[in-house]
Design a protein around this ligand. Structure first.
Ligand code: ADP
Ligand code: MG
Length: 265
């Protein structure tokens, strides 16, 4: 059967197999060069199409998630953070906890990689087809307070309950007003046992009473958050400061080297 190039491209177009269409000649060459069987060649072509769709889906979902930066688990140096058990992070990366609607809390001083890990775990969740939303605690509280004022709280709570994983970054940097704490409680209750929450905080759980202003609300929030949860506490030095210290050491070897090291930061 003779099939000309144009006709084949038109068929691929019609089925929206754009990855195969765009790489058609390369894929055909590769298949014949490696002497693939027809079955192998079909799997090879379809595999390319799936790979492109996955890539697009991950890109789109990452945009929707609004991560502050791109970070992956591969880029995390566990050696630099000995208090952290890599197995715990790898377990979280399986996303089983998200399938169950559980909670994860990442605690530690500033600069110890909490946001890095939160983003990397969020991207992993997206790869496994979970919807993810990233928000800082300050932005979240502002959103809820505004919705409360505008009479759209219900709508906002529904929106924030939609993603399967909600990442709330930097809880505890700013203490909550009494009303904010109550709104936060409503969100946590709404998501409880339905959608996962990952919280990063520079405060230990024991200090949350002062974060939420009111120990009763704090207890109610913690009660739900800790029920099915993984709590990871990082006790270590700031990675940022560690890098600074390193460059400080290098600076002693000569001003020129020190200058480039600083510029590279
Ligand atoms: P935190 O949220 O705990 O304040 P971040 O996650 O923002 O800290 O980390 C600060 C910077 O240092 C980020 O650019 C992050 O990627 C990097 N970083 C922190 N810890 C590590 C680590 N162990 N390995 C690699 N990069 C790290
Ligand atoms: Mg952070």
């Amino acid at each position: 059967m003779a099939v000309d190039h144009e006709a084949l491209v038109a068929m691929l177009d019609r089925l929206k197999l754009t990855a195969i269409r765009d790489q058609l000649d390369t894929l055909l060459d590769e298949a014949s060069r490696s002497e693939m069987t027809l079955r192998e060649a079909l799997a090879f072509f379809v595999g390319r199409e799936i790979a492109r769709r996955d890539e697009r889906r991950i890109q789109m979902a990452s945009k929707i998630a609004q991560f502050p930066f791109v970070r992956e688990l591969d880029g995390f140096e566990f050696d630099a953070q000995p208090s952290l058990d890599p197995r715990q992070i790898r377990e979280l990366a399986t996303c089983r906890w998200i399938a169950h609607g559980d909670t994860a809390l990442l605690m530690g001083p500033p600069g110890t990689g909490k946001t890095h890990l939160a983003v990397a775990l969020g991207r992993e969740a997206i790869r496994q087809n979970y919807s993810v939303q990233f928000v800082t605690a300050a932005t979240l509280v502002a959103l809820l307070a505004k919705a409360h004022m505008d009479g759209t709280l219900e709508k906002q709570l529904t929106l924030l309950s939609r993603p399967k994983l909600l990442i709330i970054d930097e809880l505890g940097y700013l203490p909550f007003e009494a009303e904010a704490a109550h709104l936060f409680f409503q969100l946590v209750s709404r998501r409880y046992e339905k959608g996962s929450i990952l919280i990063t905080s520079n405060r230990s759980v024991g200090e949350w009473g002062s974060v939420f202003g009111d120990p009763v609300v704090a207890t109610a929030i913690l009660d739900r958050l800790l029920h099915h949860s993984t709590v990871i506490t990082i006790r270590g030095d700031s990675y940022r400061l560690r890098e600074k210290r390193r460059s400080g050491l290098l600076q002693k070897t000569g001003p020129a080297l020190g200058a480039t090291e600083n510029a590279a930061q």
